[in-house]
Design a protein around this ligand. Structure first.
Ligand code: ADP
Ligand code: TRP
Length: 331
């Protein structure tokens, strides 16, 4: 039997190029090899997105984004977290096996407390129980589907380790393998994609290149990339240029070599380097953009795709909950 890979995608904003290289592409590659179960973690997003229209739009856009990037919903079970009520039943069951101390140690919660302390505010100011119990909901997402491998960014590894702890605590209590203990998979080889200002590209820094930006906006954003004041004639170092770092992600080896040579020789200004960057990014993204627009133009079909995914996911989820309840004496 093939091993199972599962990951959740939080619909907290539009997708950008960093998400594409750091999360979407590696997860789609993994889906060739594993039985993949990928879902939109809309209940997790609710902790931070309280505007209903915004959340609802994000859910559709992020789902359409994955499909446009090549996710095959026949092959991958693709669904919304909120369509699987068993997730919330398992969450309730798991709370009884999760020590409060474990939650106190979660990085995201600790960082929020630290922030409050620095502002000399109440330690728990603005922290909802959704944030505090976030790792339990995430453990339920993972454990419900017998996941072997959980591809995530580095910041999420602690959460997967907590899912391991919680699963082990359940299995130890009932002296049986009720829940499969998952492993995190971090894509070490994917470099951090730089944003327009040179920092890590992130929606929270306002430095992101949206994955589906219309052509004109894409060009404008690329022309906005911050550069130093070196003149046209000066030789330039490709390795320290974020234009070049982005170029690498989209250009062929030959193109990279040719452009690196022009950097080193001098005679090429930043404006020209940006136009060349725009050309290769647009070449790769324009077919994705077209697919994205087609999918977004037919929300009923998109919703039906997600509903079909949920129909396939629910029996698997129900079997896990049944197994757990039986072991716990609640059958
Ligand atoms: P953001 O920082 O924009 O809020 P998220 O935290 O929602 O992005 O990230 C979702 C996924 O995309 C994670 O797996 C994360 O590792 C990946 N990712 C986000 N930004 C980048 C980046 N600049 N480079 C590489 N991967 C990224
Ligand atoms: N917490 C993850 C993030 O912020 C999203 C997520 C929710 C997830 N449930 C998951 C990831 C289960 C992997 C497995 O990116």
């Amino acid at each position: 039997m093939k091993k199972i890979a599962l990951t959740g995608i939080k619909p907290t904003g539009i997708l950008h190029i960093g998400n594409y290289f750091g999360a979407i592409k590696p997860a789609l590659a993994l889906a060739q090899e594993y039985d993949a179960r990928y879902f939109i973690a809309d209940y997790h997003a609710l902790n931070t997105v309280k505007n209903a229209q915004e959340l609802s739009a994000n859910i559709r856009e992020v789902a359409a984004g994955w499909l446009a990037a090549g996710l095959d919903p026949e092959r991958v079970i693709f669904y919304r977290q909120s369509s699987i009520p068993e997730t919330f039943e398992l969450t309730a069951l798991l709370t009884a096996f999760t020590s409060k101390g474990l939650m106190n140690r979660a990085h995201a919660y600790k960082a929020a407390v630290q922030d409050n302390l620095e502002k000399q505010d109440d330690p728990d100011a603005g922290i909802n129980m959704g944030l505090f119990t976030y790792p339990i909901l995430m453990a339920a997402d993972i454990l419900l589907f017998d996941s072997d491998l959980v591809p995530v960014g580095k910041d999420q590894v602690q959460h997967v380790e907590m899912a391991q702890d919680i699963a082990q605590s359940v299995n130890f209590t009932y002296k049986a393998d009720i829940l499969k203990v998952p492993q995190a998979a971090v894509q070490e080889s994917v470099a951090v994609v730089p944003g327009l200002d040179g920092r890590k590209m992130s929606k929270s820094y306002g430095n992101a290149i949206p994955l589906f930006a219309p052509e004109k906006q894409l060009r404008k954003l690329i022309l906005r990339i911050v550069t130093n004041s070196q003149g046209i004639e000066e030789p330039k170092d490709p390795e320290t240029s974020q234009i070049f770092l982005l170029y690498r992600l989209f250009a062929t080896a030959q193109e990279q070599e040719a452009l690196a040579k022009r950097y080193r020789e001098g005679g090429m200004g930043w404006g020209e380097a940006k136009e060349e960057l725009f050309r290769v990014i647009n070449r790769e993204l324009s077919p994705l953009r077209t697919r994205f627009e087609e999918i977004m133009a037919n929300p009923a079909a998109l919703d039906a795709t997600l509903a079909r995914g949920a129909d396939r996911a629910r029996p698997i989820a129900a079997a896990t909950v049944r197994r757990f309840r039986k072991a716990a004496g609640i059958d």
